[in-house]
Design a binder for this molecule. Structure first.
Ligand SMILES: C[S@@+](CC[C@H](N)C(=O)[O-])C[C@H]1O[C@@H](n2cnc3c(N)ncnc32)[C@H](O)[C@@H]1O
Length: 469
């Protein structure tokens, strides 16, 4: 009875808008077009079923510092995380980034400095700690590592410091790490090894307000990871936060964000570097990468082609098949493939204007190529030109109605523009198309997400945002 009353409460719109503004000002979270989510959060948080009493309590809330109200934060933020989330990223960290930093620091013995910003219950920071431990455990002179992990929500940090996890946190965990670094507890939980726990320092920190650096001990980071956090911020907070990260990153450092989290921003100070299909952001791209890029531009290599764009991959397979069948090679298709791969490389390395021009030029000759329209859409998206991006994705879908990522990007664009019905339709199309995939199969163009992970993400967006029906 009480529950149904609570659900039918309608918070005064002006009051709700004040709360939304306060959340943006104090936490950086954007609920501008998600008033229903905030309303639901307030109703659940106060557990109040009389509207007058609820309004009085909300008035009281307007006088509080929201960043210290951890119970309310539990209702407003999404704390979803797990170990080794995005296996491609962690493979790049293990095989390329961390060994390079360790080699560079071998002489000075300067500690490795890493920051997991918006760390939630700690799985991301501990995953990095395990990688560093693996890389250095037999080393005669290991470099000390200092991993800072921060989150606004003190509640979630209590869990992180405890280091006790249930099965759900291990859904992407390599078995060898599970065996080496965790001890089962009560049959249902797993305790992280004390030496890994010691490598990570957890601290409460609000990315909206700072202070930056978190304290004087924490600056010049070799790696800053901020994944699945910036997407919830309003544009101004995103840009300010990126500027802070830029200031605090070592000249040779790496900034890591989630797929599609920052492309549409106009933050040009970070340069994108593509390593094994993972985009990392840097203050400068070292010259050696540029040389590699020039090499790729002349003659794209198989490995590079494979990671660029799965729709291109399909053509690469065609090429292989034709070779074994001893049939004549479709020169035009291969040339197109190489041309689009080069353009995609340019875009990934941050050369967006050049990439745009080349794609448009390509489309003058190949106007029915859905891949090229899609590529142009992603380039426009990265340039922040959403109207043009929308048109390109629509063309890609006209030519290839089952293009999952084109549906996905359109759905996001429509959410952003408040076109809820259209957005929901495209997200639904994504879910329907994913059904034909094996759960572990990678979704083309998703930067390594499996069909299962992609489905979960879309379902979550549909459930947690104002798209919820
Ligand atoms: C979805 S989790 C991301 C966890 C992890 N980075 C990952 O990708 O798996 C988002 C986290 O951001 C935190 N967060 C939200 N607003 C924040 C802010 N203003 N400052 C710091 N952390 C914030 C939330 O408390 C939540 O734990």
């Amino acid at each position: 009875m009480k529950k149904s009353n609570v659900r039918s409460l309608q918070v005064d719109r002006l009051l709700l808008d004040k709360v939304i503004e306060k959340i943006r000002d104090e936490l950086g979270l954007s609920f501008a077009d998600k008033a229903a989510d905030v309303e639901r959060a307030l109703i659940n948080y106060f557990n109040e079923y009389r509207i007058d009493a609820l309004h009085t309590k909300i008035e009281g809330l307007l006088q509080e510092d929201l960043s210290r109200n951890f119970d309310l934060l539990d209702h407003l933020t999404i704390s979803e995380t797990y170990f080794f989330r995005n296996h491609k990223l962690f493979a790049v960290l293990e095989k390329e980034i961390l060994p390079a930093i360790i080699r560079r620091k071998a002489h000075s013995q300067q500690p490795l400095a890493i920051w997991s910003a918006g760390c939630s219950s700690g799985e991301e920071a501990y995953s990095v700690a395990m990688l560093i431990d693996q890389l250095q455990k037999n080393h005669p002179k290991p470099i000390p590592a200092r991993i800072l992990a921060t989150d606004i929500n003190q509640h979630i940090l209590i869990k992180a410091r405890e280091g006790l996890y249930s099965n759900w946190s291990f859904r992407n965990m390599p078995v060898k790490y599970m065996k080496e670094y965790f001890t089962p507890q009560n049959g249902r939980y797993f305790q992280i090894a004390p030496h890994i726990k010691k490598m990570v320092h957890f601290e409460q920190h609000n990315l909206k307000k700072g202070p930056f650096p978190v304290n004087e001990n924490w600056k010049n980071f070799d790696i800053i990871i901020c994944r699945n956090v910036l997407i919830y911020f309003d544009r101004e907070t995103m840009l300010n936060t990126l500027q802070r990260f830029h200031d605090l990153l070592d000249e040779d450092g790496y900034f890591i964000s989630g797929p599609a989290e920052i492309p549409s921003l106009h933050f040009k100070k970070f340069k994108g570097q593509l390593i094994n299909s993972v985009i990392l952001y840097r203050k400068h791209i070292p010259p050696v990468i540029k040389e590699e890029h020039v090499k790729t531009a002349r003659k794209p290599q198989k490995a590079a082609l494979k990671v660029i764009h799965p729709h291109f991959e399909h053509k690469a397979k065609t090429k292989e098949k034709i070779k074994t069948d001893a049939a004549p090679a479709p020169e035009e298709a291969n040339n197109n493939f190489e041309e689009l791969t080069l353009i995609k490389n340019l875009a990934d390395l941050g050369n967006l204007e050049e990439a745009r021009k080349l794609t448009q030029n390509y489309l003058l000759r190949n106007n029915l190529d859905s891949h090229a329209h899609y590529l142009l859409g992603t380039i426009y998206l990265e340039m922040g030109k959403t109207a043009e991006a929308e048109k390109s994705f629509q063309k890609a879908l006209y030519l290839k109605p089952d293009h999952i990522m084109a549906h996905f990007h359109l759905a996001n664009l429509y959410t952003f523009n408040g076109r809820i019905k259209d957005s929901r339709m495209h997200f639904t199309n994504v879910l329907n198309l994913i059904r034909s995939f094996d759960p572990q199969q990678e979704i083309p163009g998703s930067e390594g997400m499996s069909a299962f992970q992609f489905k979960q993400m879309v379902e979550k967006i549909l459930k947690t945002s104002r798209l919820a029906s």
